[in-house]
Design a protein around this ligand. Sequence first.
Ligand SMILES: NC(=O)c1ccc[n+]([C@@H]2O[C@H](COP(=O)([O-])OP(=O)(O)OC[C@H]3O[C@@H](n4cnc5c(N)ncnc54)[C@H](O)[C@@H]3O)[C@@H](O)[C@H]2O)c1
Length: 322
Amino acid sequence: MTRVGVAGLGYWGPNLARNFDELAELAWVCDLDAEHRDRFAARYPGARATASVDEMLADESLDAVVIATPVPTHYALAKRSLEAGKHVLVEKPPAMRSVEMDELVRIAAASDLVLMPGHLLLYHPGVVKLKELIADGELGEVLCVYGNRQNLGIVRTNENALWSLGVHDLSVILYLLDEDPDVATAQGRDFLTPGVEDVVFCFMRFPSGKIAHMHLSWLDPHKMRRMTVVGREKMVVFDDMELERKVTVYEKSPWKRAETYGEWQTRSGDIFIPKISTDEPLRLECRHFLELVEGRGDRAKVARDGARVVRALEMLTRSLGS
Ligand SMILES: NC(=O)c1ccc[n+]([C@@H]2O[C@H](COP(=O)([O-])OP(=O)(O)OC[C@H]3O[C@@H](n4cnc5c(N)ncnc54)[C@H](O)[C@@H]3O)[C@@H](O)[C@H]2O)c1
């Protein structure tokens, strides 16, 4: 059974520890904070507890490391873990700069190790359905995609809305379109904390001509977790706030009637709600990681997809700062 160590047991790490305890052998729990460490050492008596990632990495029988520490620590911890010969699942984004991410991808490829970013939404059955609808040609040519991730709060003070909220939607948009943007611009304002943008609008254009937009904000009256894909034949909305209609497919499209001399008409047909499984996306993400570690699936693809997200994030961040 794959032996896994989890570093970082704050808010998110415990969810990863729970899943790996159930799906694999949770061999180590690691956190700098003694209180967090002690709590999880008690919960998982079969796992060894440490404050030192290096002590955990020195265990030759450990196969894989899961990193759920704060973002600025990801690159260095992932690099050390790969260099110690461990497979790595690292929370998003694995690095803050694309040169760092490219280095991680190179090290992983050279040692045939898994480097998987924790892009949770890519495992959401609703997002998988969007991808299926696009890949099967159901929507016709995809023209544009936009994400809404808004709410009132939580007001962050050390990460702006692009980094805190945008990485999720960015990973979904790039997964759906499977292209790198050639234009990626962002505009925002730091209304509450100087230097930390609370509201960010992003625009991307892709070589195929498709365009995308993200509205990211914690200063908004609506709680929205929504992704809309507009195709020439049909349009589809993934709404994670909905319980029973996560995905809605609209048979709506523009068309031209021959007798109106090329004037555009619109067509509104049926509205279809496909059944979406309620499987926990994190469980599916952890399972996929273990499959890759066991040699099934495309190891290079998850690393490449992660690098694409960091590249686009870097373009947006540069634009936001200028
Ligand atoms: N996929 C998701 O939906 C999702 C949700 C929340 C957070 N996250 C990601 O999870 C990561 C952690 O976020 P969080 O909200 O849990 O943060 P947090 O601050 O609550 O927890 C981080 C933990 O890491 C520990 N830590 C810091 N440096 C360490 C080191 N060098 N070695 C060992 N432990 C160390 C801290 O003591 C703390 O307990 C972030 O990358 C965040 O983006 C992902």
